[in-house]
Design a protein around this ligand. Structure first.
Ligand SMILES: [Ca+2]
Length: 354
């Protein structure tokens, strides 16, 4: 009930100036309707280092009416923090979602002093076409730090909020340090990151998001008190999008389709020149599909995993407990998505740009 009255007060104080009510009863009914509509939605915060596949994941999230993106929190990663914020805003503009608040978070890892960001998504992190997609008049919602925002929203929406991590885990680990109850307050933490077979993409044996801030990944995998779902690198790579399918997808003549066409060109040209590469990997997009449509998951294993913090060649690697002699005694701490329904995924990719 308190939530309903809170919404009423917002309206009375002028946040919905277009609304006029003939009586208090009508106002309450209207407010109850708003509140029930809101309550029926699933809610998420996206934490991102916005490169090309992050932008596509954002597009996927805002395409689903049964999900509400409460805000997007930004982290360094593919590019520097300011560029990440700009890339998020230009994606929201193309999607017509100017109202989604954007917050700035950490610009460096907890401990590592190196920034791993490369030209993987080109220098602007946006396939080299950032300047063609303006951010309009969008600005940061406020100077509030992303980690504080995460803590605040987790408290306000206790056990209802899903956090989707698409970049280095620094902002989220800081939230856990600011409030030890942070992850306990979440419904779920979904992470694109880590690896299961020692296959790397930035370091020899580590996935980029984990390698960017191994300590942050370690804090969350060790301490999280909510269900944690991990979409690892090798599984995403198994479902590369082949060139013919991509050619067809990129012909979609809509504003979102145009962004996809322009933004993915750099990644496709790059991937085509890698010997043995059979298609494009859009890991963050896959992770978002898991959130908005769990039917895409064909197989999910519950496992006990660790993060390597000290290895000279393996720092940031996610290590999966597989010893039969130890399995009965360890505590599983993550669900690992192992197999996707590719047909369902492709259907979703097509639909989100119409
Ligand atoms: Ca990312």
């Amino acid at each position: 009930m308190s939530r309903i009255w809170l919404d009423c007060r917002r309206i009375e104080f002028g946040e919905c100036p277009g609304m006029r009510f003939r009586s208090t009863a009508a106002l309450v009914v209207k407010c109850m309707k708003i509140s029930m509509e809101e309550a029926s939605k699933n809610i998420m915060v996206i934490d991102t280092d916005c490169g090309v596949d992050d932008a596509l994941a954002i597009m996927m999230a805002v395409s689903h009416d049964d999900w509400k993106v409460l805000c997007i929190t930004c982290c360094y990663g593919n590019v520097n923090l300011n560029q990440v914020c700009q890339n998020v805003m230009r994606t929201l503009v193309v999607c017509g979602k100017h109202e989604v608040p954007v917050y700035k978070g950490c610009e460096k890892a907890l401990v590592s002093n190196e920034l791993l960001g490369s030209d993987y998504h080109s220098k602007d992190g946006f396939g080299g076409v950032a300047s063609e997609f303006p951010t309009d008049c969008l600005q940061l919602a406020s100077p509030e730090h992303a980690s504080n925002v995460l803590v605040r929203l987790a408290r306000e929406h206790r056990k209802h909020l899903v956090v989707v991590a698409l970049g280095p885990l620094t902002n989220i680990a800081v939230a856990q340090r600011l409030d030890p109850e942070f992850t306990k307050n979440l419904k779920e933490l979904v992470i694109m990151g880590g690896n299961i077979n020692g296959f790397g993409n930035s370091y020899l044996a580590a996935e980029f998001n984990f390698a960017s801030d191994p300590e942050a990944a370690n804090i969350l995998l060790k301490e999280a008190e909510c269900p944690v779902t991990v979409i690892p690198l090798e599984v995403c790579h198994k479902y590369a999008l082949d060139w013919n399918w991509l050619d067809d997808w990129r012909k979609t003549d809509t504003p979102r389709g145009y962004l996809v066409q322009k933004m993915t060109e750099h990644s496709i040209n790059r991937a085509r020149n890698i010997p043995g590469c059979n298609g494009l990997h859009l890991c963050d997009l896959f992770a978002m599909c898991v959130v908005v449509n769990p039917r895409v998951i064909v197989k999910k294993d519950e496992k006990c995993v660790y993060v390597e913090l000290n290895g000279q060649l393996t720092r940031g690697m996610m290590v999966v407990e597989r010893r039969l002699t130890h399995l009965p005694y360890v505590t599983n701490n993550v669900f690992i998505v192992m197999e996707f329904n590719k047909t369902e995924l492709l259907k979703m990719f097509k639909k989100m740009i119409l």
